[in-house]
Write a protein of this length. Structure first.
Length: 228
């Protein structure tokens, strides 16, 4: 298969994923998430239930994906694009705050908050950031051969999950009438506090990486001089 064919195939797969998650959210907002079947979502997106199962393992996954779409990739892109002189801890914090406190669909987020099954799926999506973020951090540190980047990325994912869980399910708050969960406190502050715990480890990893990055920069300059 040629590169062009591979690219076209990936575009079609992405279009199918988008159609499924948008159909899932639309149907859930119209009929309620508990009244939506996988078959309904597949039909609305113009695919078979079997095709649906290639993309999502449940209706909850598809509904939540419509609200959280591309969130993880945008955080990773922000880390990859930030200049080396900017502190990694600050870069991660600002990227996470931007993507996790500004949802694509506020009606969808309110629906997620009101549904225990959707809330749990929403919390589970934080794990999706771990592997791509590990790659971005490893490149940033010039260290892809040790567990450092993976441990840092896993810690970021855990911190985000803990902050979201505290926001959605404050442990000290009594349940509201009807079992509805009412978000408590500022999500921005909860995320900042959770990520601040990781700042010393992120700073230490950057400090350790500085000799490697300086050596890499010198090697690049030497190569450029030789080619001239």
């Amino acid at each position: 298969m040629t590169t062009g064919q591979n690219g076209l195939r990936e575009q079609k797969k992405q279009a199918t994923r988008v159609a499924l998650r948008e159909a899932a959210l639309r149907l859930a907002l119209t009929h309620g998430p508990g009244n939506v079947r996988v078959d309904d979502i597949a039909e609305a997106a113009g695919v078979s239930p079997r095709t649906y199962n290639n993309y999502f393992s449940s209706r909850e996954q598809a509904i939540v994906a419509a609200v959280t779409a591309e969130r993880e990739s945008r955080v990773v892109a922000a880390v990859a694009a930030t200049p080396a002189g900017v502190r990694l801890a600050d870069t991660l914090t600002e990227a996470v705050l931007e993507q996790y406190t500004e949802p694509r669909d506020r009606d969808g987020l309110l629906m997620i908050i009101a549904s225990p099954a959707l809330r749990e799926t929403f919390l589970d999506t934080t794990a999706a950031i771990e592997h791509p973020l590990a790659t971005a951090i490893g490149r940033r540190l010039g260290d892809t051969g040790t567990p450092t980047a993976g441990v840092l990325a896993a810690s970021v994912a855990a911190a985000v999950r803990i902050a979201l869980r505290e926001w959605l399910q404050p442990p000290a708050a009594p349940p509201s009438p009807g079992g509805l969960v009412v978000p408590s406190g500022s999500l921005s502050e909860l995320l900042r506090s959770a990520l601040a715990v990781l700042a010393p480890a992120l700073d230490a990893a950057e400090e350790e990486a500085r000799p490697r990055t300086r050596q890499s920069a010198r090697a690049t300059d030497d190569t450029a001089s030789t080619s001239q």
